[in-house]
Design a protein around this ligand. Structure first.
Ligand code: ADP
Ligand code: ZN
Length: 745
């Protein structure tokens, strides 16, 4: 017989395992159940491990083959297409296949979860007959009579509800069943996240001509069955969501399915509201906050074609559709689409891959496309559709930039410029709301001249040098260049050069001191660790039960607060001077997004940005809402310093609980890497400590490889990584590879 041997990946990670197939004999009783994508239990050494069937062979690799112990799934949870995607992610991102399978199937370990069934009860006889029996037996068998009364009134119901309502026991039900008065049967119930929620209708809007044009563009793509990316560059409030809804209507009409990705779980509820309001129960969500049962049931419904639209964050890209018609990636530029732990995949790449398989487009929507995406569109690789105006020509809010150097010259050393202070005061008097924004990562301290705004950068890497107070040194966290702190500012010769760093708590205290009557909310990682508190804060603010919301990145995205008429950015420089080559891009995106939080209603609105660097191109472009100006300058810098899109990167991270040997190990790795890179045109920066030099007790170093020869550096880094791991006995020391890294900190 053919195909008697299953190729299984087992759930065990060690270099070389977890990535490899092992052959197992399929016992004849399981032959019909074991498919590609089925989970099985297998013996491994003297253990019993969970494994995934990836394929079949008629002859085994080894002589002594063990047997599969048991089969977990009746129907495989993964499609063949998803298995292929898993293999691709595993090889592209250099992650063990088993890790990738776990990322794709969030219920990987839930081997006991099954479809949920309940017992339902209904009358097996006519109402008349049941009524008669109830009446006759009211004295002798009151409980049985009550059961019949309830069913006569309520019709079919679950056994559990029936017992509760009648206060009767199972034996009463049994007695009635024995007399053929009742019918008991099993019924499947679907565990879902929306059971008790009602969604208001979201009627279709008439598109304006610009939206119509974009819709036609996407429909053309659909009709021709083209795969690949469509970049939808539309300013904040240009009505992209309505376009998504109408494209998807078309897709669903054609019998196909749609996937909608959002950057964070916290942004799913409002997207769900729009989509459920339009498409009802054809819509579901997939994310990590569902219970295991809910996830299992939703997964199966998608798999069986009952669901046509899935909304969710990064991992929802793996929804097990088998007839995908479109993938929408909203806020395409967000870094959360890349996973920061293994497997370090990018959902945008996974989406593109799936789109090729299904010959369907990926729509990347953003008001501030990533430089890489816009570049691809400029080069003609991706299609570009743009909307430059908000719907109904609502104006984009005016952005005023305040030069903090001038404030200091005027003797104002508080966190609030005169302008911002007065604007808050007026807004509060008008009973409108204020958002104050500060970049979360205020950890990296950098030096700034408070007279001319000069910031010290690495001449080689162009990133901001980080100030290390204990050694009084400035360091580049890409190439390890070190510098003493200059006595005078290299820009203006002045000597008021100081470091900057600021937290939301300090801002909160500052606001409380200045506006003791105002009701203030703070939203940052500290304030939102409790589950649900994030949403609580939002709801409180949306209801108007607070006047000022102070927060980090989290408040910049997606939300609609009609009564917010003032957005203040306390210090744009914290984002601008992150030791990351994308700092300029992040700043432009952040300022544009926060500006998008205001002026969304007839009340209007404005933005005030405080900075020591008002002339910086990111800030000037954000002030004018001018993506092109930002993009041109950013691209020029990327070319000058040979960052993406001109080169591709591989980042190698080293970490350990002890600082000893970390630099030496990283140095050894580099030595082997240089050897392996011979003949390949590539540049290696580092090794050096990461900007975040210690996380959760582990010290961190990194090095960065830059090259146009992607397959060359991919191959070399993989080879060295594997060799390095094989030779390493030290369990605590870890080396990770990050292909096309987004997080450089
Ligand atoms: P974006 O996602 O591009 O930032 P939204 O989709 O949030 O923009 O749209 C902004 C607002 O404009 C929403 O309140 C939406 O309901 C409204 N809107 C969208 N399209 C239209 C239209 N054709 N006519 C009237 N209002 C529209
Ligand atoms: Zn450098």
């Amino acid at each position: 017989m053919d195909n008697l041997y299953a190729r299984v990946v087992v759930d065990l990670w060690a270099p070389g395992i977890g990535d490899r197939y092992f052959h197992y004999l399929i016992p004849s009783k399981y032959i019909s159940q074991v498919r590609e994508g089925t989970r099985v239990m297998v013996p491994f050494g003297n253990r019993k491990l969970l494994g995934f069937v990836m394929g079949f062979d008629s002859t085994p690799d080894v002589d002594k083959v063990k047997e599969i112990i048991s089969v977990v799934d009746q129907i495989p949870l993964l499609t063949r297409e998803l298995l292929d995607l898993a293999r691709w992610i595993s090889s592209f991102y250099i992650s063990p296949l088993v890790e990738v399978l776990k990322a794709i199937l969030p219920n990987f370990y839930a081997t006991t979860i099954k479809a949920k069934e309940i017992t339902v009860v209904k009358l097996a006889v006519s109402d008349e007959e049941a009524g008669k029996y109830a009446a006759v037996n009211r004295k002798r068998a009151p409980r049985q009579s009550r059961i019949l009364d309830i069913l006569l009134k309520g019709g079919e119901m679950s056994l559990k509800d029936l017992l509760n309502l009648s206060q009767a026991g199972r034996q009463s039900v049994k007695a009635l069943q024995g007399k053929n008065l009742l019918d008991l049967s099993n019924k499947r119930v679907i565990r879902g996240p929306f059971e008790d929620k009602l969604f208001g209708l979201n009627p279709r809007l008439k598109l304006n001509p610009k939206q119509e044009e974009v819709l036609t563009g996407i429909k053309n793509h659909l009709q021709r069955g083209l795969s690949g990316n469509i970049l939808l560059h539309g300013v904040t409030g240009s009505g992209k969501t309505e376009i998504y809804l109408q494209v998807i209507e078309e897709v669903v009409k054609g019998g196909k399915e749609a996937l909608v990705l959002v950057p964070e779980i916290s942004l799913t509820p409002q997207m769900v509201k729009w989509f459920r309001g339009r498409f009802g129960s054809l819509v579901t969500v997939l994310h990590s906050r569902l219970s295991q049962g809910e996830r299992y049931d939703q997964w199966c419904r998608i798999r069986q074609g009952e669901i046509k639209i899935v909304i969710g964050p990064r991992s929802a890209v793996f929804a097990p559709f088998s007839n995908l018609g479109i993938i929408i990636i909203d806020e395409e530029h967000e870094t959360t689409y890349k996973q920061e732990e293994s497997p370090r995949y990018d959902a945008r790449d996974a989406a593109k891959r799936r789109s090729c398989f299904f010959s369907c487009p990926v729509v990347l929507g953003s008001a501030t496309p990533s430089v890489e995406a816009y570049y691809r569109a400029q080069e003609g690789e991706d299609m570009l559709l743009s909307i430059r105006d908000r719907v109904e020509k609502r104006p984009l809010p005016p952005v005023e930039v305040i030069d903090l150097k001038e404030e200091i010259n005027r003797g104002n050393r508080t966190l609030f410029s005169k302008k911002l202070y007065e604007s808050i005061k007026i807004t509060l008097q008008k009973k409108q709301q204020v958002i104050l924004f500060l970049n979360r990562r205020g950890f990296a301290t950098f030096l700034v001249c408070r007279e001319c705004g000069y910031v010290l950068r690495c001449s080689h890497c162009s990133i901001t040098l980080t100030y290390h107070a204990n050694q009084e040194l400035l360091k580049c966290h890409y190439c390890h260049q070190e510098k003493g702190v200059p006595e005078a500012c290299p820009g203006c010769g002045g000597n008021y050069i100081r470091f900057l760093g600021l937290g939301t708590q300090r801002v909160e205290k500052g606001v409380r001191d200045l506006f003791p009557q105002a009701r203030i909310l703070r939203m940052d990682v500290d304030a939102t660790t409790r589950k649900g508190s994030h949403l609580d804060i939002f709801k409180t603010f949306q209801r108007g039960d607070a006047d000022i919301l102070i927060g980090t990145q989290m408040i910049a995205k997606g939300f609609d607060f009609p009564r917010v008429t003032l957005v203040g950015v306390i210090l744009a420089d914290t984002a601008l001077n992150l030791p990351d080559f994308r700092a300029g891009e992040r700043t432009f995106q952040l300022l544009t997004q926060v500006a998008g939080r205001t002026g969304r209603s007839s009340l209007g609105g404005k933005v005030i940005v405080q900075t020591f660097n008002p002339e910086h191109y990111s800030i000037m472009a954000a002030k004018k809402h001018d993506y092109q100006a930002f993009y041109q300058e950013e691209l020029r810098l990327r070319e000058q310093f040979q960052y993406p899109p001109y080169n591709q990167l591989v980042r190698v991270g080293f970490s350990s609980v002890s600082e000893n040997n970390l630099s030496q190990k990283a140095g050894e790795f580099k030595g082997m890497l240089m050897e392996s890179l011979k003949g390949i045109k590539a540049e290696v920066l580092g090794p050096c400590p990461c900007p975040l030099s210690k996380i959760r007790g582990r010290y961190r170093w990194h090095l960065v490889i830059k090259s146009k020869d992607f397959s060359g550096i991919h191959r070399a880094s993989r080879q060295v990584w594997e060799e390095f791991y094989k030779g390493s006995r030290n369990k605590d020391f870890r080396v990770i590879l990050d292909i096309n890294p987004i997080n450089m900190l």
